[in-house]
Design a protein around this ligand. Structure first.
Ligand code: FE2
Length: 587
């Protein structure tokens, strides 16, 4: 980006990016700030800037906005007029321009992820510098459309198609800064890149490849997994305006054992945020295990109602400020305190404890297994016979009937979600639960046995049984001077066979410069699936070349496309999640 500094502030747990944007006159704007303004104010101070504007793309479902906090520090709030915010702001509509004191912000109505959604084009005169796309255009996708109401999901998916088509008319080299990204439950599967360009999305965005609005809406809705319960209440809280945090918002009072017991009798939830091994060794009966990590807030929001008072058990060295920040980011404000002295004081008082046995990968398959990962993760392979129930499905009542009674090993991708599930099951009287510290892959390695697949023994991403999947058009473009295109053909055929995809691998000889221009040929060999180069996030082709040394500009001298690109392109072509997609909410 020439002339304008754009500084992302990433919330890894929520998978979201806010952006601090330099306006060139000693001021800055912040796009989609989360509730704690600290990181934005610190970035502005470091850069010697005053935050003059807080800009909202939509009413957020996954976090409370920080715009009111920034307004209290002197910023003007800019937001979609259709958000109908109940606090002071300047409401914007489609095509409305805001003079930022030199640069201009132009609103673009892009409904879909939310009905009121605006994207913002940052302009220097007529020249577009950046697009802040919120949830209307993500790296490799668009944000989900089912967060408003069940009845709106499909109409919003259709609106998202029109919004995407509109954004993709912008110049190829325009940098795109989405709010939602890898790890966000607001997005359908996405890769780990957080920013992109219009050209890259035109070429590689799997939803941009949909043939028409019907196909787009079907593809988008088919990709929607579950999301935390608190999402359905935060839009309204953001419309009303979150309460200001005040100076002592990080405080977490200390509670005696008696006070903790009183709180529990008064409907508080005791959240044990210690690492899983510490919880396993001994915890307060009825405590909910959510190990403190970037995804702490997400699982808290999934499993506990926002109006319940919260008390905590922590180890000495754990970061209280981070725990409180995560709670308040999602609007959990009834933080009554932590058990003073932690479990040691509980023990010293002679009070009852519970434990959860831990097992290693080799023992995990002895007896019934409950796999609490997301369905999209289980689809990649699970222990044979394991019962799959997403962790989020254990919220709010007795466990689903599918959960076996009696001895049970609970597992996820590492052990943290499994321990949360085990603690919920203990609350409901399951006293023979144990937790696998490890993953399904660890089990396969330890035992030498293959993982099972939900729909039979297919490799990850292979076409499902049932109606035949459309065969993608796969081509390898090459020049006569290229020594390595046969290798590329062999690579593509091997990946195709591993995935069980029916597709001929065609070859296209680029004989001369004219053919190269016509095919927009970036270099030899180039692998194309359904007309798109397989390289992810690549710049648009600006230099057509016959030079066989280049694969693509960004991967000069690589010689060959990477196997992962080919695999992901083929999986997208048959409408399966790419292997590179980030797992949701970690651990
Ligand atoms: Fe969103």
């Amino acid at each position: 980006m020439v002339g304008v500094g754009i500084h992302p502030v990433v919330d890894e747990g929520l998978g979201n990016s806010a952006y601090v944007v330099e306006l060139g006159d000693g001021r800055a704007l912040v796009v989609d700030p989360a509730r704690d303004p600290g990181a934005y104010l610190a970035a502005a101070e470091r850069l010697g800037l005053q935050i003059a504007f807080a800009v909202e793309t939509h009413l957020h479902a996954d976090f409370l906005t920080g715009s009111r906090e920034l307004a209290a520090a002197g910023a003007q709030i800019l937001a979609p007029r259709a958000s109908r915010l109940r606090y002071f702001h300047r409401g914007l509509e489609d095509d409305q321009k805001v003079d930022l004191g030199g640069l201009v912000l132009c609103a673009m109505a892009t409904p879909g992820h939310a009905p009121e959604h605006l994207s913002y084009l940052l302009l220097d005169g007529d020249r577009p510098l950046a697009l802040f796309s919120g949830g209307a255009l993500l790296v490799g996708g668009v944000a989900r459309t089912d967060l408003v109401s069940d009845g709106q999901t499909e109409p919003l998916a259709r609106a998202a198609h029109r919004s995407l088509r509109r954004l993709l008319t912008l110049p190829d080299d325009l940098a795109v800064y989405p709010t939602h990204g890898a790890g966000s439950f607001c997005s359908s599967p996405a890769g780990d890149q957080r920013t992109t360009t219009i050209g890259a999305e035109r070429r590689h965005n799997r939803l941009a490849g949909a043939a028409d609005e019907d196909g787009f809406a079907a593809m988008l809705q088919a990709s929607l997994g579950s999301y935390p319960r608190y999402f359905r209440s935060l839009r309204e809280r953001n419309r009303n305006g979150p309460e200001l945090l005040g100076p002592r918002w990080r405080a977490l009072p200390e509670l005696t054992t008696d006070q903790v017991r009183e709180q529990l009798e008064a409907e508080a939830v005791l959240v044990d945020a210690r690492p899983v091994a510490r919880f396993a060794a001994g915890h307060v009966p009825g405590a909910l295990s959510i190990a403190l990590r970037p995804q702490f807030g997400t699982w808290l929001g999934w499993l506990v109602d926002a109006d319940r008072p919260l008390a905590f058990v922590l180890d000495d060295a754990q970061d209280r400020a981070e725990l409180v920040r995560q709670c308040r980011t999602i609007g959990y404000d009834r933080l009554v305190g932590e058990l003073a002295g932690g479990m040691a004081s509980w023990r010293a008082a002679g009070l009852a404890e519970q434990a959860v046995p831990l097992v290693g990968a080799r023992q995990a398959g002895d007896g019934p297994v409950l796999d609490v990962r997301q369905a999209s993760e289980v689809a990649g392979g699970h222990l044979p016979g394991a019962v799959a129930v997403e962790l989020g499905a254990l919220a709010g009542g007795p466990p689903p009937a599918a959960v076996p009674s009696g001895p049970l090993t609970v597992m996820c991708a590492a052990g943290q979600r499994a321990m949360t599930a085990a603690s919920v099951l203990q609350q409901h009287g399951h006293d023979q639960v144990r937790v696998l510290l490890g993953s399904a892959e660890d089990w396969a390695r330890a035992t030498g046995r293959p993982l099972a697949r939900p729909e039979g023994d297919r490799p990850p991403g292979a076409a499902a049984a049932g109606p035949p999947v459309r065969a993608p058009v796969v081509e390898v473009l090459y020049t006569d001077r290229c020594p390595c295109y046969p290798e590329a053909v062999a690579l593509v055929e091997r990946v195709r066979d591993e995935l069980g995809i029916e597709a001929e691998v065609g070859t296209v000889r680029i004989a001369d410069q004219e053919a190269a221009e016509r095919a927009r040929f970036p270099g030899s060999p180039t692998v194309r699936v359904d007309g798109r180069d397989v390289e992810p996030g690549s710049e648009p082709v600006t230099e057509v070349t016959l030079d066989c040394r280049l694969y693509r500009h960004a991967h000069r001298f690589a010689g060959q496309p990477r196997e992962g690109w080919v695999r992901d392109a083929l999986l997208r072509a048959i409408d399966r999640s790419p292997t590179g997609a980030a797992g949701p909410a970690g651990g």
